[in-house]
Design a protein around this ligand. Structure first.
Ligand SMILES: Nc1ncnc2c1ncn2[C@@H]1O[C@H](COP(=O)(O)OP(=O)(O)O)[C@@H](O)[C@H]1O
Ligand SMILES: [Mg+2]
Length: 293
């Protein structure tokens, strides 16, 4: 097997390296995909419904490996170049007019972006986890431009002539809410994982991480209602794990009797955010729905 160039040698136990963390619940498939992406030095592309723990995954990987995490939050206007560095001409102009700094030293106006910083650190033998969050927000050019920068592992700051060279590959985690398809050339170079909506068993474990001392009966009753709500046809936006966690917090604060949950859904606005969905729930007698997913 040939590995992409620029990969630092890894110990033979590399594939066993990432095992989740006590506060991030990952199934076996996710654990092994993360480990193989790290071992291959390939970016890991994670897709899944909002709230399925994609962003948190990057944090958990960094935490599990004891590395620092840098975040690059992608917006519709983000360009790949912005991730490398920005030249703050406005600050320089201001200093030239009002300040007392030596404006001939351009380096002080160069701000490395998250990608640039990850390469810079890697050039100093410091591996970081780089989270490129919500890549599907950017325009179509972005993924291929990003790929180009990731492959190069080096860039030149035109204004100062400085070259930043990474010897190690940063661990790159890219998330997408699947709003847009990504180009084939981009996909070819990534390792891919789709985070399925968690099974009831996994969901229970995730809830326990966030509510360690929750009453068993309350958790079971709330999960049953939550799963039923997710099965309702025609929901515009099904509630996610993060909304379930908030809902549990609300239920606990209210001190509701778990047996009452069978008939009602208190604080439905924590779970459903569209009036059509709230109306849909109001028309439904959940106690008549079988307990299925
Ligand atoms: N596997 C998990 N383990 C622990 N908490 C989780 C997990 N998945 C989701 N969560 C909870 O849901 C919240 C939302 O996760 P987030 O990473 O922001 O989702 P996404 O980026 O997929 O929209 C997290 O802050 C966490 O509270
Ligand atoms: Mg996210």
């Amino acid at each position: 097997m040939t590995l992409p160039t620029g990969i630092a040698p890894w110990a033979p136990d590399t594939l066993a390296r990432w095992n989740g963390t006590p506060t991030y619940i990952a199934d076996e498939a996710l654990k092994s995909t993360v480990s193989v992406a790290i071992a291959l030095g390939r970016p890991l592309l994670v897709k899944g419904e909002p709230g399925t723990g994609k962003t948190l995954l990057a944090r958990a990987i960094a935490e599990g490996l004891g590395l620092e995490m840098l975040t690059w939050h992608i917006k519709s206007t983000t360009r790949a170049q912005d991730g490398l560095y920005l030249y703050d001409t406005v600050a320089r102009l201001n200093d030239a007019r009002f300040g007392d700094r030596d404006v001939r030293d351009i380096a002080q106006y160069i701000k490395l972006g998250p990608l640039g910083e990850a390469f810079d650190r890697a050039g100093k033998d410091e591996r970081v986890v780089l989270l490129i969050d919500e890549i599907d927000k950017a325009d179509l050019e972005f993924p291929n431009d990003l790929l180009h920068e990731l492959d190069a592992m080096r860039f030149r700051i035109a204004e100062t002539g400085r070259e930043v060279v990474a010897h190690l590959r940063p661990i790159v985690i890219i998330t997408s809410n699947a709003e847009k398809e990504l180009p084939d050339a981009f996909l070819r170079r990534c390792v891919f994982h789709y985070i399925d909506f968690p099974s009831e068993e996994l969901l229970t474990r995730i809830c326990r991480v966030h509510h360690p001392d929750i009453d068993d009966k309350l958790l079971t009753a709330a999960l049953r209602q939550f799963i039923k709500i997710r099965t309702l046809a025609e929901l515009r936006k099904r509630p996610s794990t993060s909304e379930l966690i908030d809902w549990l917090a609300g239920l606990r604060l209210s001190g509701i009797d778990p047996e009452k949950l069978e008939q009602t859904v208190p604080f439905a606005g924590v779970l459903l955010k569209q009036e059509k969905d709230t109306q849909r729930l109001a028309r439904t007698d959940l106690s008549r729905i079988g307990n299925r997913r």
